[in-house]
Write a protein that binds this ligand. Structure first.
Ligand SMILES: *Cc1c(COP(=O)(O)O)cnc(C)c1O
Length: 345
């Protein structure tokens, strides 16, 4: 049976070109700073992000965790968008690794309430923790791949600057945001003190993310990466795929966005299902089950019997993520399968 796997864009497999580049990659011991392919990936990442320095990390989670650790001291308070990955999906790491407390900031589709940020910055008082960092996420995963526009980002940057607070950008899917806004990725990353972006999601690399910032930030980040066990040896094998991810896979993200809209419209027309179309901006579709006699666990299970795989977000919400291995005709077929499945439930 044919399968349609919408669980995540992380399931994407390396392209043939990536596999060939991995096979042929020049490598060395990267902990000694001797892997030429990792160096090439890091240089390319500097160019793309507009940052002085960049570092290859095994995962986006590690990149975020290192950034929080470098920017903060134990007992600091950091401000986080309420749906963000750092808060929800990183195992509470910032508490264990950095010893910080967090304050969640309300948002609309991932765009934080700027007034609440301002009110949340702690005064210099013996009772209070010190506010040292704001984290933004673009695109916002839990909100359904929604995009922070340049203006909203600038507001946060300038408020942070005024108060001597650092800004970390979780840009796991920053290339999706850039594609949606029609701007260069650099425009979105330039002003942050640090940025993390993933190579292993919609860009199809098998493993790895990039953390970028100024020279001093990355120097300290390298020490913490080593401490956390993220110093990798002949990592050029992985970096070779990462280079192709950045050079050749970012432009095509538009196709995923187009397919996401087609899927969203199709699902929204099905009786008992509803999609908030204004959140369908990039490659993620959040589909709500609005029938009283059906929940998302049951629907997911039934869809899997016909080869359609999705993720449960809440008992009334399923997530579908578009990516390289799902074509426009797959989407059309999927809509038909969902239609048939729901009619029979
Ligand atoms: C996936 C993701 C991460 C973490 O990346 P991993 O490589 O899975 O650790 C961080 N932030 C966001 C917004 C993500 O979607």
């Amino acid at each position: 049976m044919k399968s349609y796997d919408y669980r995540s864009d992380t399931i994407t497999k390396p392209t043939d070109k990536m596999r060939k580049a991995m096979y042929e990659a020049q490598v060395g011991d990267d902990v000694y700073g001797e892997d030429p392919t990792v160096k090439r990936l890091e240089e390319l990442s500097c160019k793309i992000s507009g940052k002085e320095a960049a570092m290859f990390v095994p995962s986006g989670t590690m990149g975020n965790q290192i950034a929080v650790k470098v920017h903060t001291s134990p007992a600091d308070e950091i401000l986080l968008e309420e749906n963000c990955h750092i808060h929800w999906y990183e195992g509470g790491g910032i508490g264990a690794i950095s010893g910080v407390v967090s304050k969640l900031i309300k948002s609309k589709n991932g765009i934080m309430d700027i007034d609440q940020i301002e009110r949340s910055i702690r005064a210099d008082d013996i009772h209070f923790p010190h506010t040292s960092l704001i984290c933004m996420e673009n695109t916002n995963n839990k909100c359904g791949g929604t995009v922070m526009d340049l203006n909203s980002m600038k507001e946060v940057y300038s408020l942070a600057k005024k108060n001597g607070i650092k800004v970390h950008l979780d840009g796991a899917r920053i290339f999706n945001a850039a594609a949606y806004l029609g701007v260069s990725p650099k425009m979105l990353m330039m002003e942050s003190d640090s940025v993390m972006f993933c190579l292993s999601k919609g860009l199809c690399a098998p493993v790895g993310s990039i953390l970028a910032g100024d020279e001093d930030f990355i120097k300290r980040a390298r020490k913490i990466r080593k401490m956390l066990g993220g110093g990798m040896r002949q990592a050029g094998i992985l970096a070779a795929a990462g280079i192709i991810a950045l050079e050749e896979m970012t432009e095509r993200l538009r196709e995923d966005h187009e397919n996401a809209r087609i899927l969203a419209q199709g699902l929204d027309r099905i009786k008992g299902l509803k999609v908030e179309m204004d959140t369908v901006q990039t490659n993620i579709v959040m589909c709500d089950v609005i029938r009283d006699d059906l929940d998302s666990y049951r629907l997911r299970e039934e869809l899997e019997k016909s080869g359609v795989y999705s993720t449960v977000i809440t008992d009334k919400r399923l997530r579908f993520v578009l990516h390289y291995h799902i074509s426009k005709s797959d989407v059309t077929e999927t809509i038909e399968i969902v239609k048939k499945t729901t009619v029979n439930l």
